[in-house]
Ligand binder design. Structure first.
Ligand code: SF4
Ligand code: SF4
Ligand code: FES
Length: 248
């Protein structure tokens, strides 16, 4: 039977090192199967987070050969098995143990975003076209692969100033909801740091749900911020009316 060699990170907050394991390869096997094999036969204390093994819970995220991936959706027959496969925890978040990282920062960011708030007296009716537009964003499984790959968080660690692509997807779902009555433009500009995104599209490339994060969420949100705060015509109209130049 063919064997694959894995270099799996073992360690915690204090540090760690890759450890080599050899795993027999069966047809249709995914990386998560290999991790379970290692747990079952060689390292019962290997820490791995997973739940569904179906690409739907978003918890098995790790870096396979340096690329952020869901381990339950990464088939071994799609990887070069003639050399060791490296499996590391998400680099952007602190390691708890082995492949398990602390992603709780994301939930703190989420709490800054006002939830869906219908306009007062709005008619509860909207077109299929509007449903389709926001449906894409609702596919997010919170795997945080996009957060992991984004250089603003990964290389520059700007967690205080920048929310990351996952939360631009969430804000887009709310802002583009036809019945929602809250503007999150100021939040996007001041607290979620959308201006730091330079549209490299790395987030879109790793999204397992194939959400067009950059084109369909981030760019329209950037346009909203520009329209609300930097449109010279709107600025003049507000000035003439005596309204605040920067709307609240
Ligand atoms: S497009 Fe923006 S949010 Fe996405 S990875 Fe690049 S900088 Fe980050
Ligand atoms: S937008 Fe895509 S990559 Fe980012 S958390 Fe959601 S499903 Fe994962
Ligand atoms: S185990 Fe649920 S997405 Fe991989």
């Amino acid at each position: 039977m063919q064997e694959a060699t894995f270099q799996i990170f073992r360690g915690d907050q204090q540090g760690g090192t890759p450890v080599e394991y050899r795993v027999p390869v069966a047809p249709g096997m995914v990386v998560l199967d290999a991790l379970h094999y290692v747990q079952g036969h060689q390292a019962p204390d290997l820490a791995v987070r997973w739940n569904c093994k179906a690409g739907k819970c978003g918890s098995c995220s790790a870096e396979v050969n340096g690329r952020p991936r869901l381990t339950c959706k990464t088939r071994l027959d799609a990887l070069p098995l003639d050399k060791p496969i490296t499996i590391s925890p998400l680099k952007t978040f602190p390691v708890i143990k082995d492949l398990v990282t602390d992603v709780s920062w994301n939930y703190k960011v989420n709490r800054k975003i006002p939830p869906f708030t219908p306009r007062p007296g709005v008619e509860w009716k909207f077109s299929q076209e509007d449903v389709d537009r926001v449906q894409e964003f609702r596919k997010c499984i919170e795997c945080f692969l996009c957060q992991d790959v984004c250089h603003v968080l990964r290389e520059h660690d700007k967690k205080e100033q920048f929310a990351g692509p996952r939360f631009f997807v969430r804000v887009a779902a709310l802002e583009m909801h036809p019945l929602d009555g809250v503007s999150r433009a100021e939040l996007l500009r001041d607290q979620l740091g959308i201006g730091l995104c330079n549209i490299t599209k790395c987030c879109t490339e790793v999204c397992p749900e194939e959400i067009h994060i950059t084109d369909n969420a981030i760019i329209p949100l950037k346009e909203r911020v520009v329209d609300q705060f930097y449109d010279p015509l709107l600025w003049i109209v507000r000035k003439i009316r005596g309204a605040p130049v920067e709307p609240k």
